[in-house]
Design a protein around this ligand. Structure first.
Ligand SMILES: Nc1nc2c(ncn2[C@@H]2O[C@H](COP(=O)(O)OP(=O)(O)OP(=O)(O)O)[C@@H](O)[C@H]2O)c(=O)[nH]1
Ligand SMILES: C[S@@+](CC[C@H](N)C(=O)[O-])C[C@H]1O[C@@H](n2cnc3c(N)ncnc32)[C@H](O)[C@@H]1O
Ligand code: SF4
Ligand code: SF4
Length: 304
């Protein structure tokens, strides 16, 4: 089989070496958030099989890709996720981003199958606001809290709580959310996210510079991650990461992720849809060249 030499890395023409795969495994979802970007793609053909998922990750890992993020839609709608996880090659970090509605009953089996950690979307601690944002059914908010609790209990840690900041809706809750994470010691950390406004919701756009200034004014230390050069603020012992994807040249210049859509396409950029490489029918022997092709099409969305 013509798998790449383990020493070959995938570096694009902007010098960005791909280190991480962000894989959507379904476009289906059990919530309907007002701002959802659907990972920049809704496929109309069928979802990748477990075999295809495993082959893509195997080939990626031969290219030195050592991190995998599983996303969706809502990834927990796939009942065969554990089956895929146990068949993956060894990686440095396998994580999933989920709304956690279905997490409580799956957390333990996911951990056993090899999942390292989860990010959980929780935009508000107020059940009424949570409902407004997610259009969820009755009882959903409590299920999410149970999911967070269970994730911590089984060791899917650190659990990152994703909070998309929405002006005049939840942007006054940062302190409460921080207090909530502190209740879990270091096991839960807060991740604030600037809204990428795909749905024409100008009333919810926040001033990210202002948020950054206020985080800075109360933090005792700031760290910078390699991925996207994201900043992490230490505030009274708690960690807060701020994801600023909008009009941010530094963010895109430090993007080391290749995306995979739920219907099996390599997607060079979240925000570009006309340069994807279809691998849904590819054999494992054909995959390396298709990876090289996708990476050759990577362009920073935002550049100076
Ligand atoms: N524009 C853009 N947004 C991204 C990218 N990667 C993640 N995001 C956004 O960042 C936010 C957090 O995403 P998560 O799925 O929790 O994952 P993550 O924080 O990137 O990954 P980890 O920090 O490794 O857990 C979401 O709003 C994503 O849409 C990217 O490459 N480009
Ligand atoms: C698309 S969701 C998929 C995983 C899962 N359904 C969930 O909500 O966690 C992945 C992450 O993207 C975030 N997200 C979705 N739409 C966004 C937008 N327009 N701007 C910023 N983040 C967004 C969500 O809050 C979530 O944390
Ligand atoms: S739960 Fe996730 S995928 Fe579903 S609508 Fe909300 S952000 Fe989108
Ligand atoms: S180039 Fe920028 S917008 Fe595109 S995926 Fe990377 S960070 Fe996101």
């Amino acid at each position: 089989m013509s798998l790449p030499e383990a020493t070959e890395l995938l570096t694009d023409s902007y010098g960005r070496t791909v280190r991480s795969l962000r894989m959507s495994i379904t476009d289906r979802c059990n919530l309907n958030c007002i701002y959802c970007h659907n990972e920049g793609h809704i496929g109309h053909s069928k979802e990748m099989s477990v075999d295809t998922i495993v082959d893509i990750v195997k080939v990626g890992s031969r290219f030195g890709i050592n991190r995998l993020k599983i996303s969706g839609g809502e990834p927990l709608l796939r009942k065969d996720l554990e089956e895929a996880l146990v068949r993956l090659p060894d990686m440095r970090d396998v994580s999933m981003t989920t709304n956690a509605v279905l997490l409580k009953d799956r957390a333990s089996s996911l951990k056993d199958a090899g999942l390292d950690r989860v990010n959980i979307s929780l935009d508000s601690l107020d059940p009424g606001k949570y409902h407004t944002i997610t259009n969820c059914g009755k009882g959903t908010f409590d299920k999410v809290l149970d999911g967070i609790h269970e994730a911590v209990d089984v060791g899917l840690t650190p659990v990152k709580l994703n909070m998309v900041l929405l002006k005049d809706l939840n942007d006054n809750e940062i302190k409460d959310m921080l207090d909530f994470t502190r209740g879990y010691g270091g096991d839960v950390i807060l991740q604030l996210i600037e809204l990428m406004d795909f749905r024409d919701l100008p009333q919810y756009r926040i001033d990210a510079n202002e948020v950054e200034r206020s985080l800075m004014s109360v933090s005792s230390d700031v760290k910078v991650r390699e991925l996207h050069k994201r900043k992490k603020y230490i505030i009274n012992g708690a960690e807060v990461e701020f994801v600023r994807p909008v009009d941010n040249t530094e963010f895109c210049a430090n993007c080391n992720r290749l995306r995979v859509t739920a219907d099996g396409k390599l997607k060079p950029c979240l925000l570009v849809s006309d340069n994807m490489v279809d691998v849904s029918e590819a054999s494992i022997e054909e995959l390396p060249d298709l990876f090289r092709l996708a990476v050759s099409r990577r362009i920073p969305f935002c550049k100076s």
